[in-house]
Design a protein around this ligand. Sequence first.
Ligand code: 3HC
Length: 282
Amino acid sequence: MEIKKVGILGCGLMGSGVAHVSAANGYETVVCEVSQELLDKGLGSIQKYLTKAIARKKATVFEKRMIADNLTGTTKLEDLKDCDIVIEAITEDIKIKNEVFGKLDKLCPKSTIFASNTSSLKISDMAKETKRPEKFVGLHFFNPVPMMKLVEVVKTATTSDETFDAAMQYVKTLDKVAVPCKDTTGFVVNRLLVPYLLDAIRALEADVASPKDIDNAMMLGCGYPMGPLTLLDFVGLDTTLSITGIMYDEFKQPQYAAPELLKKMVAEGKIGKKSGEGFYKY
Ligand code: 3HC
């Protein structure tokens, strides 16, 4: 099973990143958004990223040309119908995801692999709603996608070996490292990362130190590239609250319960970098 054409559902932070790395590595790539406005915004963010990255020698002009040659955008789901794999990177809402996969199931041939970039939902809860559970995998990328080496590759009880091998091979050709994971809420990274991020908010609530000092402590004391509160601002407090809710429902353990400060900030619209304010102002 060879992947040649890649479809991406969603051109937000994650979708645009996956579209970027697929096109840059020679895959014919089609990215689909619900509106022209969101599509233009997502494609624009790839161009902005490239301009900065080339200036800092973190990307090449060749990469930019590969993306220009291989990447197209669309607002029509039908344009994904002849893809060998479709990777979903839309909102963390199982109902919406299943609705879109249901439509794609009718549009795409039996051979098309379906993948979800979900960070907290179970892959099997999407796979079982389609007529191709053996063709369903999880592909969880990390932000910023062009820079982060890891992809968690999730095999469910129904994923065929052929599908899993094709997904692993695809990840390898993106010059990323695949970590195979069991289909369990949060996989490896979010299972460990989410309690840590929430503990940083709890430390702030307990007035242990200022946001800057909490971040500096973890960067200088533990060698993290960025402090937990900065990382929360990058991930988005709304996204984190949603992930937290799903993980708490699954595990019922206090380390996954959303701190009051997180709920308050989301209610006030202070959801991080994308809104101009989170734990810091942007
Ligand atoms: N999300 C979005 N953008 C990020 C980011 C992140 N987590 N981390 C860094 N960036 C952006 C920076 O803002 C910067 O953008 P700019 O050019 O517009 O200012 C650009 O990436 C480069 O960052 P640096 O200046 O720090 O460049 P470096 O080359 O020194 O380092 C890095 C890049 C290796 C990406 C480093 O910043 C890093 O390790 N960041 C933390 C990344 C991280 O922890 N990612 C995991 C997020 S959790 C996740 O994705 C799971 C999800 O399910 C919640």
